[in-house]
Design a protein. Structure first.
Lengths: 273, 235
């Protein structure tokens, strides 16, 4: 029997807030479940099953009308709580309470849109907040698709590329033989031929599929957040955030360096071993 | 051909409404606000572009073809360069700068690769053309990833478009078959930067739509006005 996919019981990041404008509608997939995410004109983001309760049309084909989502097929309109509020073919009637889109929890935090099932007990995203180091100024680097399962991403961390160092010192550049050593389950060290440490990586799981990554080299430390969105068994979206020790030096070059670094990471992770 | 221009004077486009390559030229003609006449070619099912009369205009048997006061020019990218050089006195769309022109031309060539992948997949799905669909979609995704990566990195350094912080003919050349990719079974879900770029396009003044490329219905333009079904703005 084919089972209907269900949302996992945790918060899943599905994209950056800045990539969903007022009135915009996107499709996102979490563990094979297709959702529509849309932003109403008040600015509130919503995440629902991508199926109209009327005849099953993809709601993502519809339009945002003010703070309602209108289905393309017969124009039924749904309010932010999923309740059908208008059926154009019977304009004067109040639609029964049973006509409701299948909604999920949807909140924004750290510049990301997060989704969780309605019956998820830790409904307050601030439960996450206390685990993310405060006073850090996280900014989006990018979202990217990696053709690799989330499990394999964690298994393949030993192939993570060397950090983009800001002041790529001559010393570092002249070293040809750097290697990544797994010190402990969550700590990796880059060492040169004489076993001197050039950089260190430390991972900390904040919740499933949401990992803090501490990247230290040449006396500076950058913190990255990896928010993983499992799409299916082959494909994962990575939403990458960055907070360097301080943003002031050259924020644009730094962000760009990490964006380019993330492409190398994707390359490595997609290589079939 | 339905109607051959009986005078050599004026600007004519041999056009097919469903062709993304013809649409790039229509879009640019609209941005430049140039008067022109469309000469419809029965691309499907008539295959008029493969008939003797049309082959005299373009021996490759492809649309679009532009005719400007009797000067016949095939190829969408060539037409974009020609129109910009001749009619865009602001030089905004194809700036007279060697490096920028080199960069733009790189994307014009890339646009043909998008035609060969995303457009091919669409011809397969929509018009039943026989071709290797898996390969077309795979190549389409490779192209979209490259484009999305580039847009991400450009955005970080403050550029909203492929070459500059304003659109050039590089963007016009690449836009149609990216925006139409879903019609060939190539989902844009995985390319948020490309999706935002498509939306930016739709907010440009004088933007026009084609079947398969709807306006930003339900969204607001840069002046805070809503778009209606025709892609026109109202308060
Ligand atoms: N490089 C040409 C390609 C044009 C092209 O592929 N046109 C399609 C219609 S969108 C066509 O005429 N195909 C017929 C064929 O290639 O035989 C351009 O950009 O104008
Ligand atoms: S299927 Fe959505 S309104 Fe009928």
């Amino acid at each position: 029997m084919i089972q209907k996919p269900v949302l996992p019981k945790n918060w899943v990041a599905v994209g950056f807030s800045q990539d969903l404008e007022k009135g915009q509608i996107n499709i996102v997939i979490i563990e094979e479940l297709e959702l529509v995410i849309w932003r109403d004109h008040k600015g509130q983001a919503h995440a629902w099953d991508n199926r109209c309760p009327h005849r099953g049309t993809r709601l993502s084909l519809g339009f945002v009308r003010g703070n309602q989502l209108a289905c393309l097929y017969h124009g039924w309109q749904f309010g932010g709580d999923g309740q059908c509020v208008y059926t154009p073919s019977i304009p004067d009637s109040t639609p029964p309470k049973s006509l409701k889109a299948h909604t999920h929890r949807c909140v924004e935090f750290l510049g990301l849109i997060w989704v969780a099932p309605l019956d998820f007990e830790h409904k307050d995203i601030r439960g996450l907040e206390s685990h993310v180091r405060d006073s850090m100024d996280f900014q989006p680097v990018r979202s990217m698709i990696i053709y690799c399962s989330a499990e394999n991403i964690f298994n393949r961390l030993a192939s993570i590329p060397f950090p983009p160092s800001r002041i790529m010192s001559r010393r570092l550049r002249s070293i040809s033989n750097m290697r990544l050593i797994r010190e402990t389950e969550s700590v990796f060290l880059w060492e040169d031929d004489e076993n001197r440490t050039l950089a260190s990586y430390q991972f900390r799981e904040i919740q499933p599929d949401f990992v803090e990554f501490n990247c230290e080299s040449e006396g500076t430390a950058d913190v990255l957040l990896f928010a993983l969105q499992k799409i299916d068994s082959q494909k994962t979206a990575l939403h990458l955030l960055l907070a360097p020790e301080n943003w002031s030096s050259d924020p644009i070059s730094l962000k760009l360096a990490y964006a380019q670094w993330s492409k190398k990471l994707r390359n490595q992770l997609e290589q079939v071993f | 051909m339905s109607s051959k221009p009986n005078t050599q004077k004026g600007l004519y486009l041999y056009d097919y409404i469903l062709s993304g390559n013809c649409y790039k030229v229509r879009l640019f003609l609209s941005f430049l606000q140039l008067d022109h006449e469309l000469i419809p070619i029965d691309f499907f099912p008539g295959f008029e572009h493969k008939q003797t009369e049309f082959l005299e205009l373009n021996p490759l048997g492809q649309i679009p073809v532009l005719m400007d006061d009797g000067f016949v020019l095939p190829d969408a990218q060539a037409i974009l360069v020609y129109l910009a050089a001749k009619y865009d006195s602001t030089e905004a769309w194809y700036p007279k700068d060697p490096k920028l022109q080199g960069r733009i031309t790189q994307w014009l060539a890339f646009a043909d690769s998008i035609t060969g992948s995303c457009s091919a997949a669409r011809l397969h799905d929509k018009l039943g053309f026989k071709l290797n669909i898996e390969q077309a979609r795979k190549k389409g995704h490779q192209n979209l990833r490259l484009l999305d990566d580039h847009l991400v990195e450009n955005k970080i350094v403050g550029k909203d478009w492929l070459v500059l912080n304003r659109p050039t003919i590089a963007d016009i050349a690449c836009f149609p078959y990216v925006a139409l990719a879903e019609e060939g079974g190539i989902s844009l879900n995985d390319y948020p930067a490309a999706r935002s770029w498509i939306n930016r396009f739709k907010k440009l003044p004088q933007f026009i739509v084609m079947p398969g490329i709807p306006p930003l219905h339900g969204m607001k333009n840069n002046e805070g006005k809503f778009f209606n079904q025709e892609g026109l703005c109202f308060s």
